[in-house]
Write a protein that binds this ligand. Structure first.
Ligand SMILES: [Fe+2]
Length: 227
């Protein structure tokens, strides 16, 4: 698999969606849940352009079942996030109906199987983030910390929506800082999987596509860390 060889792989939405095998209306309501996020009040740059929700799960080794864990703060060391790391950040929980959504469950099962096949001997601490970045006149930053690693083992990043925005280009770098890929995610559920120990990732700022129209970019991020 390309993820094992190159440290990242892109999965087109028309490959991923049939693989998830969930009713269309479940996927539609999963995507619609991004319309009800809460503001991120921990932005050290003072930005008010990020909305989010967060949930923690765990999975047993070798592609085992995924289960919801008690709601808990998100923590990154300043090594991995010099802008917003170093503090426990309490984000609004992912809503119960979203946790129960079949598309979310299928995505977590897909991750558990995929990442579990690459690293079969350990159980997983999993965090799931729903993000909306608003495209403001002075730009909304999908990754305000720049090109970075998340401090985990594997990450799934899926575009949920892109409405009336320009830019927002994804960059993948090797650990020497050399760019190994750049591309723009455009379709709902278009996905990138990365081995976070082998590559870094970042997304360029987004700008509104039209004056007076507020654009946004919605993302799903799922991280898997060995326990
Ligand atoms: Fe990240």
């Amino acid at each position: 698999m390309k993820l094992a060889k190159s440290g990242f792989v892109r999965i087109p939405s028309d490959t991923l969606i049939p693989n998830l095998d969930v009713p269309e209306e479940e996927l539609a309501s999963f995507i619609n849940s991004w319309n009800d996020l809460s503001s991120d009040t921990y932005m050290a740059d003072g930005g008010d352009y990020r909305l989010r929700r967060h949930a923690t799960f765990s999975a047993a080794r070798s592609g085992g079942p995924v289960q919801l864990e008690q709601h808990q703060p998100h923590y990154q060391t300043t090594n991995y996030n010099s802008l917003n790391g170093g503090v426990k950040r309490h984000f609004a929980p992912v809503k119960h109906e979203t946790v129960e959504n079949l598309a979310l469950k299928a995505i977590l099962t897909f991750c558990s199987r995929t990442f579990g096949s690459l690293s079969p001997l350990n159980d997983w601490h999993i965090e799931l983030h729903q993000f909306r970045i608003l495209a403001k006149e002075n730009a909304g930053k999908p990754t305000p910390e720049g090109v970075h690693q998340d401090g985990v083992d594997f990450v799934m990043m899926s575009l949920i929506s892109r409405e009336s925005v320009i830019d927002g280009e994804t960059r993948v770098h090797d650990l020497n800082g050399n760019e190994v890929a750049r591309f723009t995610l455009t379709k709902p559920m278009e996905t990138v999987l990365v081995n976070d120990r082998r590559v870094a990732h970042g997304v360029t700022p987004i700008l509104p596509a039209k004056v007076g129209v507020s654009g946004y970019r919605d993302m799903l991020v799922v991280t898997f860390k060995r326990k």
